[in-house]
Design a protein around this ligand. Structure first.
Ligand SMILES: Cc1cc2nc3c(=O)[nH]c(=O)nc-3n(C[C@H](O)[C@H](O)[C@H](O)COP(=O)(O)O)c2cc1C
Length: 319
């Protein structure tokens, strides 16, 4: 399939160099070359994580992505960076597109811009979005509370957040949280997004490096299959329901080292070793697909829905 979006009018395409404005979300240890290159090869944008804190391994992943010649991005989770080594490396390494998250991007924007890098920041509220715009951000990843992983305890849905931010600023928006197909993509575009980012959908893709048990747990989950945990402390997270997360939910808190076993969940398939990060869209996902299938299906469904809406607009009545 080669249905393009117009690079002239879609700023996310212009900023990322991808064929489609579909990003694979940064996910610690998971969002590395195997998954990111499959997504970029399929026409989306693979994003390399640095939230694992494994600076040397992440540098090796970025270099491997650069070798492929495919477009890709890097995520810098500000609060979790031990020092500025990865920032310095990214600025010197020819990376074109960076998403920042977890903290204020103000100090990061100037060095990244000086290196010719486009910077989007992930925001869970309208207020933070406006602070980023005032600081000179190029675009925003608008992250609703439906999504998996680290969350703002003041849960605002993607639906409300996108509308609230679009009403206040004209910068390009990438919608994230609860999106796993062309329906979600069309809805996000109707609300003013120019791109989407998917985490839960790509962690359950064929090329995702996580254990079969992790993917199966996502396929098995319903839309009610996740909790938001640890709202009164940090990190606040959305994770799959399990014996362990049920206890944390009942307690209202989780131990500070609760995520220590996350790699055992990801790669050994021990689903009780740590809270298994995933979003509400797990309830919409019932099959493992390759990145290529996923992106082709999403784009085809997006255009089928927008064609229907276009016909509705041309008719100018509801039928
Ligand atoms: C398994 C998993 C791991 C994640 N790990 C991280 C992470 O390390 N750093 C981060 O900023 N976000 C992380 N996230 C959040 C994603 O980057 C993204 O914002 C979210 O998945 C989007 O919502 P969705 O899951 O509904 O697609 C993670 C999400 C998942 C599902």
């Amino acid at each position: 399939m080669n249905r393009g979006m117009n690079r002239g009018t879609n700023r996310v395409l212009a900023h990322t160099g991808a064929r489609y404005p579909i990003l694979q979300a940064p996910m610690g240890w998971i969002a590395r070359r195997q998954l990111a290159s499959a997504v970029s090869r399929a026409g989306g944008l693979g994003v390399i994580e640095t939230s694992s804190g494994e600076t040397e391994a992440c540098i090796a992943e970025i270099l491997a992505m650069r070798e492929t010649g495919l477009p890709f991005g890097v995520n810098l989770p500000i609060r979790f960076l031990k020092d500025d080594a990865i920032l310095r490396f990214v600025c010197d390494s020819g990376v074109r597109f960076v998403t920042t998250s977890a903290g204020s991007p103000a100090k990061f924007i100037a060095p990244l811009h000086d290196a010719g890098i486009v910077v989007y920041h992930a925001v869970p509220t309208v207020d933070l979005a406006m602070k980023c715009v005032d600081a000179g951000i190029d675009g925003l990843v608008v992250e609703g509370a439906e999504g998996g992983g680290f969350k703002n305890p003041e849960e605002v849905s993607t639906l409300v957040l996108l509308q609230g931010i679009r009403a206040r600023t004209d910068v390009p928006l990438i919608a994230a949280g609860g999106i796993c197909d062309g329906r979600g993509m069309a809805a996000a575009f109707a609300l003013g997004a120019e791109g989407i980012q998917m985490g839960t959908r790509f962690v359950s893709s064929a090329e995702s490096p996580v254990h079969h048990n992790y993917k199966q747990a996502i396929l098995d989950a319903q839309e009610t299959g996740t909790w938001v945990l640890n709202k009164k402390a940090t990190p606040c997270i959305r994770a799959l329901k399990s014996q362990r997360t049920q206890a944390y939910f009942a307690e209202g808190l989780m131990p500070v080292d609760a995520l220590k076993g996350i790699q055992r969940s990801y790669f050994d398939g021990d689903m009780e070793a740590a809270p298994a990060l995933a979003g509400q869209s797990a309830g919409l996902i019932d099959r493992v697909k390759t990145a290529q299938e996923l992106i082709d299906d999403t784009v085809a469904e997006f255009f089928a829905i927008t064609a229907r809406l276009g016909a509705l607009a041309s008719a100018s009545h509801f039928g």
